[in-house]
Design a protein around this ligand. Structure first.
Ligand code: PEP
Length: 250
């Protein structure tokens, strides 16, 4: 009942030409209808060009970050209304690289999530633990508090525009993928947290993506888990064959 959702996070990669070529190749492969929701999140500067390259395909355009304010003196930032103006339908918030490299805490991630929703963007909220936290048995506590902190003041109704992404930090860009069992255990815990916070109906409807070294070769087993509803893909989303290969398992 939850439609699989595969999103590509291109991070700070590619030239403009490479970005539009990649978008056009994905759009050609997906076409105008698919039983999997697909999105790509290019760097800000390429959003407009990628929007054009996606044409009328079913591939949705997303951004990797936003500022929580609507407009004003925020040098170097981009707002929700600007992202909408550029054709974005979704935005990633709380990615571990933003949390670790740019000091974003749950409180700021919460402001960004609320701003994304306010300005009509679907929000992909990322959570995940470090290797040290996992080894200390802290995984469930950490991801639980990230989810609750980042979703503070968000209503059950608004949750229809939120997707969670469980991304263990030790699996991002490292080639170390969580086993399907490890991922499923955390996804199931996250769904329990959603049930406690928003009720069973919202919890059953909310999609939870897995992210961390997803490739065509491991996607099938991950996506077969009952609580894994899609993938947030970094490295493998930069090649049309690997990204569409993952989508093919959805
Ligand atoms: C990510 O950064 O969201 C990610 C999952 O990256 P990778 O697939 O490269 O591990």
């Amino acid at each position: 009942m939850r439609k699989t959702f595969i999103a590509g996070n291109w991070k700070m990669n590619l030239s403009k030409q490479q970005a539009t070529d990649l978008a056009a190749a994905i759009a050609a492969s997906i076409g105008t209808g698919t039983n999997v929701d697909v999105a790509v999140c290019p760097p800000f500067g390429y959003l407009d060009a990628v929007r054009g390259a996606l044409g009328d395909s079913a591939v949705r355009l997303g951004a990797q970050n936003l500022n929580a304010n609507e407009s004003g003196a925020f040098t170097g930032e981009i707002s929700g209304p600007m992202l909408r103006d550029l054709g974005c339908e979704l935005v990633i918030v709380g990615h571990s690289e933003r949390r670790e490299l740019f000091g974003e805490c749950d409180q700021l991630v919460n402001l960004k999530a609320k701003a994304g929703l306010k300005y009509g963007l679907h929000v992909i909220l990322c959570v995940g633990e470090t290797l040290e936290q996992r080894e200390a048995g802290e995984t469930n506590r950490i991801v639980g508090s990230q989810v609750l902190g980042s979703l503070a003041d968000i209503s059950p109704e608004q949750m229809s525009n939120v997707t969670l992404a469980y991304e263990p930090i030790w699996a991002i860009g490292t080639g170390k993928v969580a086993t399907p069992q490890q991922a499923e255990e955390v996804h199931s815990h996250l769904r329990d947290i959603l049930t406690q916070q928003f009720g069973d109906e919202v919890a059953q409807q909310t999609r939870i993506q897995y992210g961390g070294s997803v490739k065509p070769g491991n996607a099938e087993e991950l996506l077969a888990q009952p609580n894994i509803d899609g993938a947030l893909v970094g490295g493998a989303s930069l090649e049309p064959e690997s990204f569409t290969g993952i989508i093919g398992h959805g």
